[in-house]
Design a protein around this ligand. Structure first.
Ligand code: AVJ
Ligand code: FE
Length: 430
């Protein structure tokens, strides 16, 4: 195998180690459904193997199906999450055997294919990038399931850099056009393509994500009880759900605690807030006299280099993330304190845009002009419309392989179990 293939093989091994680490628990924990929002963990595990079988073995490798009879069980569209516990899914031992069998043949396909050839699935290792990123995304979902279940053992003690306080509040992004999306990053998803010019008026965006201390002020000043700050839909959700604080927060006298993978601890004042819905983020922004950034504003502030007139792959440049640049890959199991990554700043001076928390934007998940679905409609296309809000940046639980300035994530505006926070913006002219 050449160097590039070796790197792909290493990524495949790393993501599988991660999936196996999250599914080491007792069988009972793996087959149980912890929340109707989530799949049993063992479903996720075999689903990533089945996806790998479909895309690498059958589509890219031309290999006869190994277990065609289980395809429907692991097709996310045929089985909504709430129905998954009643499926005849593979048990933990069988699931592990199945995905291992698939993986062995995946490495054979990797060895055999021509990554420089014309086949779009093979070229630049696209299909391997597809399954690696897919598995990391499911790993992040599994982590959210484990957090919901209160399961201990997922707290990791990786050292994170110290914070520098909240500091000056906003950075300015002058009016002008930038290149949004990508036509060149080989492992980018279809929804990140094509690159296209977007012209934006000038705006200000928070240098850092909104922190817990600021969010506590919103709560203390009655933000949850004042319909002025909420959209009509958001206020309905607020009333119906009875929500009065981020998910996993519990009141402790005058203070706030949070539960995190089975532990209860004081909410750290200097970390970005996480586990808030889009409605909460939007209400906070209005209370603060601001608004959520649009997706385009977020991407320009994160990735555009105005001096070089080009888009960066990461806020700081082209080189991959390191522990000094961003909090990714479940090093610890929480966001880093505000101001911990001065070296990770974007050209405009915005910090912590990649890693720590996914950030809600004000935008619905729509295709870019000229979008073409690849390699299948059900990755992005079927989700376009005014149902899902776009999330950007990646959380502490996201892997570097599935993070870049152009990466788009999306979810329902009510979702809170994902590792999500936000930052605010405001227009130059009002
Ligand atoms: C992009 C995170 C919304 O988890 O539903 C996983 C990723 N697509 N399997 C999801 C995905 C197919 C997707 N998100
Ligand atoms: Fe999937």
């Amino acid at each position: 195998m050449n160097d590039f293939k070796e790197r792909i093989a290493a990524e495949l091994i790393a993501v599988r180690d991660r999936s196996l680490a999250y599914t080491e628990a007792e069988d009972d924990l793996l087959v149980r459904q912890h929340s109707p929002l989530m799949s049993p963990l063992v479903w996720d595990l075999a689903h990533v193997g089945n996806y790998e079988e479909l895309w690498v073995l059958r589509e890219a490798g031309g290999i006869t199906p190994l277990r065609p009879e289980i395809d429907d069980i692991y097709d996310a569209f045929k089985t909504p999450r709430k129905d998954r516990p009643s499926l005849p899914f593979l048990g933990p031992a069988e699931a592990r055997r199945y995905i291992e069998g698939v993986r062995g043949r995946v490495l054979d396909v990797l060895d055999a294919v021509d990554l420089d050839g014309p086949a779009p699935l093979h070229r630049d290792g696209f299909v391997f990038g597809l399954v690696i990123q897919h598995e990391h995304q499911h790993d992040e979902t599994m982590l959210a399931t484990l957090q919901l279940s209160g399961q201990p053992g997922l707290v990791r003690e990786g050292e994170l850099p110290k914070g520098r306080g909240a500091g000056p509040g906003e950075v300015h992004v002058p009016a002008g056009s930038f290149l949004m999306g990508t036509g060149t990053l080989p492992w980018a998803y279809d929804n990140e393509r094509p690159a296209h010019r977007v012209d934006l008026p000038g705006y200000w965006i928070d240098r850092l994500p909104v922190g817990n201390e600021a969010y506590m002020a919103f709560i203390a000043e009655g933000g949850y009880d004042d319909p002025r700050w909420w959209t009509a839909e958001g206020w309905q959700w607020r009333q119906r759900s009875g929500v009065t604080a981020p998910l996993f927060w519990v009141r402790d006298g005058d203070a706030w605690c949070r539960t995190r993978f089975g532990r209860t601890e004081p909410v750290p004042l200097d970390e970005p807030v996480q586990h808030v819905s889009w409605y909460e983020a939007d209400a906070y922004a209005r209370w603060a006299g601001k608004r959520l950034p649009t997706e385009a504003e977020w991407e320009k502030a994160c990735g555009w280099d105005p001096a070089a007139e080009r888009a960066r792959r990461y806020p700081w440049g082209e080189d991959g993330p390191t522990p000094e640049l961003a909090n990714l890959g479940h090093r610890a199991a929480h966001p880093a304190p505000l101001g911990a990554y001065p070296a990770g700043a974007s050209a405009y001076g915005a910090e912590q845009m990649v890693g720590d928390v996914w950030e809600w934007t004000s935008s619905w998940f729509h295709p870019y002009p000229g979008f073409r679905s690849f390699p299948y409609k059900e990755y992005s296309e079927v989700f376009f419309g005014e149902e899902y809000r776009v999330l950007r940046g990646g959380s502490w639980a996201a892997d570097p392989a599935a993070v870049r300035t152009t990466f788009r994530n999306w979810d329902y505006p009510i979702r809170r179990q994902i590792f999500t926070g936000f930052r605010c913006a405001r227009s130059e002219q009002v």
